[in-house]
Design a protein around this ligand. Structure first.
Ligand SMILES: [Zn+2]
Length: 260
């Protein structure tokens, strides 16, 4: 059985950037584990300020509800402060992720690309820490998979999303050659949209402003890249060529197994 470990900064990252990938993996019988560095207590509740301890509880509950829609049953929080991940000693974050790698023994680690998808400093810090932890773990068979933004997706969805300041200035960084693009079928798309909706404190403004059709369109494709791994060269992700035009099953195999 393939074990997939998604490593995220905040509740809702998992659904927003890779909900389809995760739901697809569950449907295929993979073991899927999601790990969140923070409880997202530094954000807003429906665009309004909220005491951090209250928001943490709200978002933890929302996450459990959301993961139910994706079928993900294993989740853990690492308890770092939301918004301040880059102030935590890097070795500490890397060591905690390393410990989780040892425990979970993932075949595939899924996280943000170097740009953090939205450019959020927590996301960027986490991406770098995940890469370092994998280098330390040094399991050549383990794959690292980055969720990334395509130019088409950026053009269509970033401007409206940025009405709510989703992306940091200068982000996202567009990837012109994703290794795989997942086109969600109706079942996966339904699951992902409901998973997004379950993050009510964060997502309600988007559903209210743009409606379900926009949210479904935004959620319907996911792009991934298999980065070269420092220290391991490209050995861990060898055999990858551009796979953007593959069918969903082939894309998934390309990501998980390196076959085409
Ligand atoms: Zn986030």
């Amino acid at each position: 059985m393939t074990t997939i470990l998604g490593i995220w900064a905040h509740p809702d990252d998992e659904a927003f950037v890779a909900g389809g990938f995760l739901a697809d993996a569950v449907r295929r019988g993979d073991r899927v584990v999601c790990m969140h560095m923070t409880s997202g207590e530094g954000g807003l509740l429906d665009r309004q300020p909220c005491p951090p301890e209250t928001l943490a509880r709200v978002r933890q509950h929302e996450l459990q509800d959301s993961l139910t829609h994706l079928g993900v049953e294993e989740q853990r929080f690492l308890g770092y402060p939301d918004g301040y991940l880059d102030y935590v000693p890097g070795d500490d974050v890397v060591a905690r992720i390393y410990d989780e790698l040892i425990e979970v023994q993932p075949d595939v680690v899924l996280s943000f690309g170097n740009d953090g998808f939205t450019g959020h400093p927590d996301h960027r810090t986490l991406s770098a820490s995940v890469t370092t932890a994998l280098e330390v773990w040094n399991q050549p068979e383990a794959r690292l998979c980055h969720a990334i933004v395509s130019s088409e997706w950026k053009e269509r969805f970033v401007p409206p999303l940025n009405e709510f300041d989703v992306f940091w200035p200068g982000y996202p960084t567009v990837c012109t050659s994703p290794d795989a693009t997942l086109h969600l079928d109706v079942e996966l798309l339904d699951a992902k949209v409901e998973a997004l909706r379950a993050h009510t404190s964060q997502m309600k403004p988007f559903f209210d402003a743009y409606g379900d059709d926009f949210m479904r369109a935004m959620a319907s494709t996911e792009h991934f890249r298999l980065p070269d791994r420092v220290g391991l060269g490209s050995r861990a992700n060898e055999g990858m060529a551009s796979a953007t035009d593959l069918e969903p099953d082939q894309s998934r195999d390309a990501l998980i197994r390196g076959s085409r």
